[in-house]
Design a protein around this ligand. Structure first.
Ligand code: MG
Length: 220
């Protein structure tokens, strides 16, 4: 099944492409993971098949006993780009969305210990819930936007993209010098502090600038 950025609008269907994710972009999150931010962004990939939308459910895979939430700003690419500069980077953005980088933390911890990739820990179906896209015209300063996550109506993560170690422009420049970015690609910019466990029956609500744009629950 192909997932589309504009789920409800067939005229503007842009298939979701690759999900390029950053790790350790917020200093306080790096601290809670007992590590540090790096000079250049650290990247990993999630499959497009992990995407779900507002109103759908995160499914706990039988291989994991410990899922964690990570709320992140997502950048949706609107135009093909390669080797772009920071000055032109935002020209290639279609918009932004709130995203959750759901992580099987027990599997990731084992992978880190052994020097294995994170593809299993990050790549299960339903591990990338995304909210509705906010077109870039409606979010003029992506480097200063509040993001939040509530679990069962309680705030778990709350921060602002101004606390990221890299600007949105630098992130796009950096990635575009590694891989061609194409329309429908989604960059997940990393999570702030406050990550924690989610379990069956939990309700997750996330958004930008205090507006809830994504509500999903957790099922086994
Ligand atoms: Mg993450």
């Amino acid at each position: 099944m192909v997932n589309y950025i504009f789920k409800e609008d067939s005229r503007r269907n842009v298939p979701i492409g690759k999900l390029i994710c950053l790790a350790r972009t917020y200093k306080k999150h790096a601290d809670e993971m007992h590590t540090d931010v790096t000079d250049d962004p650290l990247l990993f990939l999630k499959p497009a098949s992990s995407v779900i939308f507002n109103g759908e459910s995160i499914i706990i895979p039988s291989m994991s006993q410990c899922l964690h939430h990570e709320v992140e700003l997502g950048i949706v690419i609107g135009k093909k780009c390669k080797n772009v500069s920071q000055q032109e980077a935002l020209d290639y953005v279609l918009g932004y969305l709130i995203a959750l980088d759901i992580t099987a933390r027990d599997i990731q911890t084992e992978a880190k210990k052994n020097g294995w990739p994170w593809s299993i820990a990050k790549g299960f179906d339903t591990f990338a819930p995304i909210g509705e896209i906010v077109l870039k015209e409606n979010l003029p300063d992506p480097n200063n936007v509040d993001i939040f996550l509530k679990v069962n109506e309680e705030i778990r993560q709350k921060s602002n993209t101004s606390h990221m170690a890299y600007s949105i422009e630098r992130i796009i420049e950096f990635i575009s010098h590694i891989m061609t970015l194409e329309p429908g690609d989604l960059i997940m910019t990393g999570t702030p502090e406050g990550i924690g466990e989610i379990t069956k029956g939990d309700i997750l609500e996330a958004g930008l600038s205090n507006i809830c744009l994504l509500k999903v629950d957790v099922k086994s």
